[in-house]
Ligand binder design. Structure first.
Ligand SMILES: Nc1ncnc2c1ncn2[C@@H]1O[C@H](COP(=O)(O)OP(=O)(O)OP(=O)(O)O)[C@@H](O)[C@H]1O
Ligand SMILES: [Mg+2]
Length: 458
């Protein structure tokens, strides 16, 4: 069975540029106080239903005509209801993107929605409920460690506040507004943030420290709709190099895939009447709404295949250009409130999410030959190895089929019979991967893989 070379094309399905998930957050206390709460959202029949009038959401069977005042949104890639855990969100909205990064595909995960719908909760979370940023980083490190591949991750963290981009990893970063520069490449036009700092991160703890430090400097404030409302858009960029172990010459040069993972926590749109914004809060709301309007314009132009896409209309769309119009697989997590009083905003979010689904394109794999001598596998990332060992499962147990069921019913038992040499075997989406003693094997044919495993041939 051939080992996948770093320059081989990525599996189909991983390269669709925009994947869209919808997350409905649970009802908040402030929404039920005074006994006036009416719900407006339901997930059923693989659709999101929304009541646009003040009526209960009544849903019959899938083919029944929709009652008046109810709209249905089909076709999303992931639907996460009020009971979805942070892990459910990672599995649905994050994992595929991070797996793509390990294959050398740029990826972006972006939370979009009205204020107080759970974007920061989804992307950042808290100590007990870590969000997508930390889960994505953990997956990067554990996958690389389990495959015995050397990984190097450089983190940058910035915010766009009013019209200024500032570095969240520099103590006096707020005093210096960073400039954007367009870099025209063969595949797509990239945007560089000039002077943005990078920090080497070698474990989930390091990434947690970066998040904590940056979030302390991020602009947040209390509004009538959210006690800690993000007043800036924040982007965590993980620059990932993965050495696959393929020696390109005898001097120790090794082939590596390089890819960027953008983790974007947007500030939320708000109706100033509802958020009671005044003074600085009002100025912030105007900038936030203006930049999100520009984002909608860019997505509409991309979805309609327009020859001109207005990326330059706003610093936000310039900044996100590599994630939206470039060589990148993007996952949008559209967050909505379940409350009837916000149904108009939720409808707007669902309309935007539907437009994102229509963006077409293809990402490519970036490969370069790194001339740095490859160190011994764990020399640079001892913490990552420990973390990976903690999450390592029995390889047979993690050999899951596409629908998530296990192969036990086909005579493969979980437990002590598995050869110890196998580090990990997983099958997801369009391919299966087996990692063994520093090598990585891939196939789109699960039966071939299973056979090879059983015979100890792979
Ligand atoms: N899935 C969830 N489970 C539990 N609590 C949640 C969930 N989503 C959001 N919350 C809570 O709702 C409140 C608002 O969430 P959050 O601050 O993440 O919203 P936001 O979309 O980032 O808002 P803003 O645009 O104002 O920054 C917080 O108290 C958060 O803890
Ligand atoms: Mg927020």
């Amino acid at each position: 069975m051939p080992r996948r070379a770093a320059s081989a094309p990525p599996p189909k399905g991983l390269t669709r540029p925009v994947k869209v998930c919808v997350r409905v957050r649970p009802v908040l206390e402030r929404e039920v106080e005074h006994g006036t709460y009416h719900g407006c959202i339901a997930i059923a029949h693989e659709r999101v239903y929304i009541s646009t009038e003040d009526k209960p959401v009544l849903i019959g069977s899938k083919d029944d005509p929709l009652p008046e005042g109810i709209r249905a949104y089909p076709g999303f890639d992931g639907l996460l209801d009020q009971d979805a855990s942070q892990e459910d969100v990672f599995q649905s909205a994050g994992r595929e993107a991070v797996d793509g990064v390990l294959l050398g595909l740029n990826a972006a995960i972006m939370a979009y929605g009205q204020t107080s719908t759970g974007k920061t909760h989804t992307m950042v979370g808290d100590r007990t409920r870590p969000g997508l940023c930390l889960k994505a980083a953990g997956h990067l490190f554990s996958e690389a460690a389990l495959c015995g591949s050397q990984i190097e991750v450089q983190a940058s963290f910035l915010q766009l506040y009013l019209n200024h981009i500032t570095d969240l990893l520099v103590a006096d970063g707020h005093e210096r507004s960073l400039k954007l520069r367009e870099v025209v490449g063969e595949e797509a036009t990239d945007t560089k943030v000039e002077g943005l700092s990078e920090r080497l991160v070698q474990s989930m703890d390091d990434v947690a420290a970066v998040l904590e430090e940056g979030n302390r400097r991020r602009q947040q404030a209390c509004t009538a709709l959210n006690a800690s409302s993000s007043r800036s858009h924040a982007v965590l960029i993980l620059n990932v190099s993965l050495w696959t172990g393929t020696r390109s010459d005898e001097e120790g040069e090794a082939e590596a895939t390089v890819a960027k993972l953008y983790l974007v926590d947007l500030a939320g749109s708000e109706r100033v009447k509802d958020s009671a914004a005044a003074g600085d809060r009002f100025t912030e709301a105007v900038h936030i709404n203006k930049s999100l309007f520009a984002l909608q314009g860019v997505v509409a132009a991309l979805a309609d295949g327009k020859p001109h896409v207005p990326f330059r209309n706003d610093p936000l769309t310039q900044l996100l250009r590599p994630a939206l119009g470039g060589n990148c697989c993007t996952t949008l997590v559209a967050t909505v409130s379940p409350a009837q009083r916000h149904s108009r905003e939720s409808e707007g979010t669902l309309n935007f999410a539907s437009s994102c689904r229509r963006i077409r394109g293809e990402a490519a794999v970036a490969v370069f030959v790194n001339s740095v001598k490859k160190p011994r596998p764990w020399e640079s990332a001892p913490k990552a190895k420990e973390e990976a060992e903690e999450v390592a499962e029995c390889p047979w147990a993690s050999l899951a089929t596409l629908d998530g069921s296990h192969k036990e019913d086909q005579g493969i038992s979980c437990g002590g019979t598995a050869p110890h040499a196998w580090d990990k075997a997983v099958a997801y989406y369009s391919r299966a991967t087996i990692c063994c003693a520093g090598s990585k094997w891939e196939s789109s044919d699960e039966d071939v893989l299973l056979h090879a495993l059983l015979l100890g041939l792979a």
